[in-house]
Design a protein around this ligand. Sequence first.
Ligand code: 5GP
Length: 113
Amino acid sequence: MSTIFHRIIKRELPADIVYEDEHLIAFRDIAPQAPVHVLFVPKVDVATLNDLQAGQAEVVGRLALAAAAYAKKEGFAEDGYRIVMNCNDDGGQTVFQIHLHLLAGAPLGRFGT
Ligand code: 5GP
């Protein structure tokens, strides 16, 4: 599997990287939908949430923990934020390597309104 995100991990494409460790990378979305819009991407290949195996709970857990840590470090954790994972066409997924969107920096409104 090779997606845009894999190419960012391999430094074949530029990105505004805000965090990286052995398990995941986080970088600013190229088309931000909120004042803060960061993508958290695991380094293990998982195309969609449907492909996540029972033994891979830590893959998504690490993304969530990294997003929360980033929110705390940047000082907006208490104001609040949203994390989103899109799955397949109806979910709006366009890059087929799982990732969390972290959206923050303004009141985001409620879903369905
Ligand atoms: P999805 O629609 O799959 O949930 O989210 C993919 C996200 O990746 C979109 O929000 C899109 O703006 C972002 N994106 C697509 N190509 C690039 C890129 O080359 N660099 C960065 N930083 N973000 C990208």
